[in-house]
Design a protein around this ligand. Structure first.
Ligand code: HEC
Ligand code: HEC
Length: 356
C-alpha cells in the first residue's frame, strides 16, 4: 500500500516536470559543446594562451616566489588540490575548498559566493590575498618586465603594449577558458546515442528531474542555474554560517572531486546524496526544495550512477592549442568509496601533499 502510494506520487511528479524520454530529449538539461564565450576586449589567441599557461604555473607571481596558481589548482588533479579545503601561506586551512577549473569559462560568476563576475577580474584576488599568494601587483609586473623570457612572450601575445597587470590577468583568463570537460556518457546520450548511459544512470536522471528535485537548481549544460541558494550545509570548524547562500555548483565531473560543498564538509558523493535525502544537514533555515526525499538505497545508487555519467573527457579548446588529455584521474584516498561509510564530514586535510 505504502509502496503503491509512493509510486503514484512519482508518476505525478514526473508528469509535471517531464520525464526524460528517448535519447536527446531531457527537459531542463542540455549537452555541453564548443568553446566558452570570451569578452570582446580579450579574444583568445594561441600566444596569449601560451603566456597565460606559463604565468599560471610560475611562482614568479607569489610574494615569496614559492607558490603559483598551479600549487592549488594542480593540472594532474584536474585543477584542484587534493585537499578537503585550501591550504594557506600561514600553514592553516582556508575557509573554502579549491574548486576545479574545468569549464570555468562558462561560469557566470566566480567563487562560491559569486562575488566576482569575470575571470579577468578574478586573477588579482588570490595574487593579492595574504593567505594565498601575497604579491604586490606592482612588484609582480616589475619582476616580469625584467625577465627576458616573459618580455618575449608578452611581445608575441600583446604586440606594442606595455606589460601591465591588466595584461597578466587577460593572459591567465585566456588560458583558463581553454580547460573544458565534456563528451561524457550524458552528453552522448543527449546528442542521441541511447546506449551511452546505463539503465541505472537513466533511472538516476529521472529521479534527478522529478522526485529528488535536483533539477530545480542543477540545470542547463553545466547543471547549475548559476544562482545562490541556501542548501543547509552544516558549518565546519566555524566555516559556513547557517543561512549563507552559495553558488550552485556544476555537477560535471563531480565524482572526480576530493571534497564537496564550499567548506569541504562532505568527502564523498554518497554523503552528498544522504545530505539531500535527509533534507539538509544544518539545523535550520534552508530553502523549500531542501526537504526529506525518502529515497530508497537503490534510488541513491541510481542517482550516483547518473552523476558518474557526467564525468567528461578533459581537453583543451580550441583544438589548435596543444591538447592535454587526462585519461585517468588519480583516485584520492579520501574520496574513495571507503569514505561513504565513514563518519559524516570526517574530512582530513593533509597539507604535506602540497610540498611533494
Ligand atoms: C592557496 C590556494 C590557491 C591559490 C594559490 C589559487 N587559488 Fe584559485 N581558488 C582557491 C580557493 C580556495 C577558491 C575558492 C575561494 C572562494 O570561493 O572564496 C578558488 C577559486 C578560484 C576560481 C573561481 C572558480 C569558480 O568556479 O568559482 C578561479 C577562477 C581561480 N581560483 C583561479 C585562480 C588563479 C588564476 C590563481 C592564480 C592567480 C589562483 N586561483 C590561485 C585556491 C587557490
Ligand atoms: C535549492 C537548490 C538546490 C537543490 C534542490 C539541489 N542542489 Fe545541489 N547544490 C546547490 C548549491 C547551492 C550547492 C553548493 C553548496 C555549497 O557549496 O555549500 C550544491 C552542491 C551540490 C554538490 C556538490 C558539488 C561540489 O563540487 O561541491 C552536489 C554533488 C550536488 N549539489 C548534487 C545535488 C543533487 C544530487 C541534488 C538532488 C538530490 C541537489 N544537488 C539538489 C543547490 C541545490
Amino acid at each position: 500500500m505504502q509502496l503503491r502510494t509512493m509510486t503514484g506520487c512519482l508518476v505525478i511528479a514526473a508528469a509535471v516536470v517531464g520525464l526524460p524520454g528517448a535519447a536527446g530529449q531531457v527537459p531542463g538539461l542540455q549537452p555541453l559543446e564548443g568553446v566558452p564565450p570570451f569578452p570582446a576586449d580579450n579574444p583568445p589567441t594561441e600566444a596569449k594562451v601560451r603566456l597565460g599557461e606559463e604565468l599560471f604555473f610560475d611562482s614568479i607571481l607569489s610574494g615569496n616566489r614559492r607558490r603559483s596558481c598551479g600549487t592549488c589548482h594542480k593540472r594532474e588533479l584536474l585543477f584542484t588540490d587534493g585537499l578537503s579545503r585550501g591550504w594557506g601561506l600561514d600553514e592553516s586551512e582556508l575557509s573554502r575548498k579549491t574548486p576545479n577549473l574545468l569549464n570555468v569559462g562558462w561560469q557566470r560568476s566566480m567563487f562560491f559566493d559569486g562575488r566576482v563576475k569575470t575571470l579577468e577580474e578574478q586573477v588579482s584576488k588570490p595574487l593579492e590575498n595574504h593567505r594565498e599568494m601575497s604579491l604586490d601587483p606592482e612588484e609582480g609586473v616589475a619582476r616580469i618586465r625584467s625577465d627576458p623570457f616573459y618580455v618575449r612572450l608578452f611581445a608575441a601575445a600583446f604586440p606594442n603594449q606595455e606589460i601591465s597587470f591588466d595584461l597578466v590577468a587577460k593572459a591567465i583568463a585566456s588560458f583558463e577558458r581553454t580547460l573544458v570537460s565534456y563528451d561524457s556518457d550524458f552528453d552522448r546520450y543527449l546528442l542521441g546515442d541511447d546506449g551511452a548511459m546505463s539503465d541505472s544512470a537513466k533511472r538516476g536522471m529521472q529521479l534527478f528531474s522529478s522526485k529528488a528535485g535536483c533539477i530545480k537548481c542543477h540545470n542547463g549544460p553545466l547543471l547549475t542555474d548559476h544562482k545562490l541558494h541556501y542548501t543547509g550545509v552544516a558549518e565546519r570548524d566555524g566555516h559556513g554560517i547557517p543561512g549563507t547562500r552559495y553558488k550552485t555548483q556544476s555537477l560535471r565531473d563531480s565524482l572526480r572531486r576530493y571534497s564537496y560543498m564550499h567548506n569541504g564538509r562532505m568527502m564523498s558523493i554518497r554523503q552528498v546524496i544522504e545530505h539531500y535525502d535527509q533534507g539538509g544537514s544544518a539545523p535550520e533555515g534552508f530553502e523549500a526544495e531542501i526537504r526529506p526525499l525518502g529515497l530508497s538505497e537503490s534510488e541513491k545508487d541510481d542517482l550516483r550512477a547518473f552523476l558518474a555519467s557526467l564525468n567528461g573527457r578533459v581537453h583543451r579548446v580550441p583544438g589548435d592549442f596543444s591538447v592535454a588529455e587526462t585519461a585517468d584521474f588519480p583516485q584520492s584516498p579520501q574520496s574513495a568509496d571507503a569514505a561513504d561509510s565513514g563518519e559524516s564530514g570526517a574530512a582530513v586535510n593533509d597539507p604535506s601533499y602540497l610540498k611533494r
